[in-house]
Design a protein around this ligand. Structure first.
Ligand SMILES: O=C(O)CCC(=O)C(=O)O
Ligand SMILES: [Fe+2]
Length: 279
């Protein structure tokens, strides 16, 4: 499928309003060249030892020649800047809208699709919430995939079905999916309801994407950040990132520690409210 149909903006000039409008209207937006190639090289170098050590996927969904590595915040200092990129976070806040009084990191995962891989089945990421039928006008999740290597139809660019986020039932077929072709350092954003899947890699190289998803603060995270990232490392991260990880209240009472303590105070004793409503 061609890439021509996917909304796209230039990372050098786009605003969060521009990106959020495309994601809300079409369910997807590609932001081209949001970070430079040196940044991609650094993230790849930091993650390569983990990619080399991990097994390939156990089933067709994981990808039998695909390697997946998580705990990115504890493993790639450079990727912290991608996870907490201002344009992405501002866009996520706008897309999750009034329901996003707080939003959180859902998962961080490098996805390396090896040569001769078939396409992953089309799906919605929000199916992880036990297939709960959320109202179609409630956005519960925003997913992003950064292209650390070049994304083309041949290398296995993520396939996305524009407009599929608004439909109650998933009726899309492979023919409806467009490849999120994009140069390295670009990122594709889509909602938890947007139908998509990894592309077939018909090249002789490995396609590496960095998948970073965000959800409403009152949903369970797919990747357990507290157990994935050692607390000694979590203590060194910027406060905004710590809060995204879940070291913050998920709403009025969600996520407290012990004697009604705000979880940020575990990492930063000078921060956080002393009780649910006190700052
Ligand atoms: O690797 C990709 O391009 C997409 C992967 C994906 O959608 C998933 O594993 O949920
Ligand atoms: Fe997915």
């Amino acid at each position: 499928m061609s890439a021509s149909g996917l909304p796209r903006v230039d990372g050098a000039t786009a605003s969060a309003d521009d990106v959020a409008r495309e994601v809300l209207d079409h369910g997807v937006c590609v932001v081209e060249r949001l970070v430079d190639e040196d940044t991609c090289d650094a993230v790849l170098a930091e993650l390569q030892p983990y990619l080399d050590a991990v097994r390939t996927g156990a089933d067709d969904f994981e990808g039998r020649n695909t390697r997946r590595v998580g705990a990115i915040l504890g493993r790639s200092p450079t990727a912290v800047g991608l996870v907490a990129h201002d344009l992405v976070l501002d866009t996520v806040g706008l897309v999750l809208g009034p329901d996003a009084s707080t939003f959180q990191l859902h998962l961080t995962q490098a996805i390396a699709i090896g040569p001769d891989s078939p396409a992953q089945g089309l799906h919605r990421d929000q199916w992880c919430f036990d297939f709960h039928p959320f109202p179609t006008d409630l956005v519960v999740e925003v997913s992003t995939i950064w292209a650390l290597t070049e994304f083309t139809e041949r290398t296995g660019a993520t396939r996305v079905v524009p407009g599929s986020h608004r439909l109650a039932e998933v009726t899309a077929t492979d023919d409806d999916a467009l490849s999120a072709e994009m140069p390295r350092g670009s990122v594709v954003l889509y909602t938890g309801a947007t139908v998509h899947g990894g592309g077939a890699n018909r090249s002789d190289g490995t396609r590496v994407g960095l998948n970073v998803d965000y959800t409403l603060g009152w949903l369970r995270q797919e990747e357990n950040q507290y157990l994935s990232v050692p607390i000694e490392v979590a203590r060194t991260l910027p406060e905004r990132v710590q809060r995204l990880m879940g070291y913050s209240m998920g709403s009025y009472a969600l996520g407290y520690v012990g004697d009604l303590r705000d979880p940020i105070s575990v990492l930063r004793p000078d921060r956080g409210s002393a009780g649910f409503a006190v700052d």
